[in-house]
Design a binder for this molecule. Sequence first.
Ligand SMILES: [Zn+2]
Length: 320
Amino acid sequence: MPRSGVNWRAARERKARLHAPVRFGIDLGGTKTEIVALAENGTELLRRRIVTPRDDYRATLDALARLVADAERELGVTGTVGLGTPGSISRATGLLRGSNSVCLNGQPIKRDLEGVLGREIRITNDANCFALSEATDGAGRGERVVFGAILGTGVGAGIVVDGRVLDGPNAIAGEWGHNPLPWPKDDERPGAACFCGHFGCIETWLAGPGVARDHVSATGIASSAQDIVARASRGDAACRATLERYEERLARALAHVINLLDPDAIVLGGGLSNIDRLYANVPRQWGPWVFSDRVDTRLLRNAHGDSSGVRGAAWLWGRS
Ligand SMILES: [Zn+2]
């Protein structure tokens, strides 16, 4: 084939790439910020990571703008931009609230970033990004209603229906971590104090620190959740018992979700989602708490791991 033929084909492919929609997703975290560019089929075209400027709102905005500009120059495209970050935008004020990057709270980050980038952006919290990523092309792909729950240092969740994040008037759909653990036993009342001001929240039982606290109260031995999981897999009886209590509580907490939402799939993320035994043992135990003669909801491990936050932010501009 003549050399010029090859060049023409390359030019045609480049042109097609320029006109395909590219979605940029940004995961703005307290310590690192990541950008990804997704093609229409979910292929990652680019991924970059920077250290998040500390305690400086203007510097954070500038860093986000630079990430997008550099990525667009590198790929030779202009794309849509979705931003995932802890916290939520108040509908009443347009200001971010509840972020653990406290310098962002009270700031009109959506409006400011739209001004800098010269286009509309979409923004949601990291749990919604997780749920959207897994519902779009992850473990929950093809399912109509997906509940994505993060079990990590805290407990959060998001709901996706027909490929879209459920976004209600209070911007808290899926915030189930600060509901009380349902059907508590006598020795589970009132439960540990939670930072939110209540006692016995689901988060105080099902986040990593809750596993450690439960283990120390049962055995007197202080261990991290990670250590407890590792020792349970090596046959340590006390650690296995702690995981059995964890599974039974998770079954109750998710039965509550199933009764309210009746999701097709529940996808777990966060560090504790790596416990293999959850996926068999929890559905085996949620039946008695679900108000139905059978439960067809599937409990699934996430497909995209730590990438779900940044990929879900990109998918805020849905699939065409
Ligand atoms: Zn709470």
